[in-house]
Write a protein that binds this ligand. Structure first.
Ligand code: NAD
Length: 259
């Protein structure tokens, strides 16, 4: 912890790269955790592909509305808040997320780069026009309930969730910004991601190759490849809050002892 806090304190550009684990303490299930992971109970091929939506739009829309309802009912947790605080303590911080929730924004992070889209930005499946006015007061739909998607006011096509599905391209500009940030930072914190979804999973590797330090914050130990890579094991909320406290304490100490 101390080594990471020191690296944070001296870094000029920090990238925080988050996955589903950063929202786990808000009660949002991750995809791959053994007990709560969504894919333990659902087959992604049935739900998160364009083919699935074509085959059974009500099943897919219902599943995403269930997920959106859970996010609307959730609150940002200490991990989201620690990232906001960290941004105020380092010269430059770029937040890159694979998450499709809006908990970073609701915690107060501005300008997060969303690699996999958003549950809150649906668009027409046929003409791709953005759709506004989705109900914000969703009563939690039951898991597994089918809901017919609304229709696009312009062309009548079915409305789809604004997330990136398996087999789809990531938004080009977001991916470029994320790769640039990874290659120009001196420290990358990779928080709550299993690192198996490509191309996003390349981001920590790009940072390492460009000479940055990479610190993994995860409930599971992450295998590291050298002195510039570290793994902190534990809950993101606890670890990030503790890191921020250490950075603040070290800053305070250095200000009270001018050299
Ligand atoms: P993942 O489900 O594959 O992995 C979650 C990771 O978080 C695991 O490595 C796990 O050990 C770790 N983790 C769980 N709880 C944690 C905690 N409290 N503190 C620290 N680490 C914790 O998630 P991923 O790597 O983001 O997978 C990619 C896909 O999952 C993304 O495309 C993303 O869109 C999607 N997803 C997003 C959300 C969301 O927006 N909240 C939720 C579920 C899945």
């Amino acid at each position: 912890m101390q080594a990471v806090a020191e690296a944070l304190r001296t870094a000029r550009h920090v990238v925080v790269f988050t996955g589903a684990g950063v929202s786990a303490e808000s009660g949002i299930p991750t995809f791959r955790d053994a007990l709560t992971g969504l894919w333990q109970r659902f087959d992604p091929a049935e739900l998160a592909t364009p083919e699935a939506f074509r085959r059974d739009p009500a099943l897919v829309w219902g599943w995403y509305e269930w997920r959106r309802a859970r996010v609307l009912a959730a609150q940002p947790n200490p991990a989201h808040r620690a990232i906001v605080e960290l941004a105020g303590l380092v010269p430059r911080l770029t937040l890159v997320t694979q998450n499709v929730d809006d908990l970073h924004e609701r915690a107060g992070s501005g300008g997060a780069i969303h690699l996999h889209g958003s549950l809150h930005a649906p668009r027409c499946f046929a003409c791709a026009r953005p759709i506004t006015g989705l109900a914000a007061d969703l009563r939690e739909p039951q898991e597994g309930r089918r809901i017919d998607p609304p229709r696009c006011a312009h062309c009548g096509g079915p409305v789809r969730p604004g997330v990136v599905w398996f087999g789809e391209e990531l938004p080009t500009q977001a991916l470029e910004q994320a790769f640039d940030a990874a290659q120009s930072c001196d420290l990358l914190l990779s928080v709550g991601t299993s690192g198996v979804v490509y191309p996003a999973a390349q981001i920590p590797r790009l940072a390492l190759q460009a000479g940055a330090r990479v610190v993994h914050v995860n409930m599971q130990p992450v295998e590291v490849g050298g002195a510039r890579e570290m793994s902190l094991v534990g809950a993101a909320g606890e670890l990030l809050a503790a890191l921020v406290e250490r950075v603040k304490a070290a800053d305070g100490a250095s200000h009270s002892h001018p050299s």
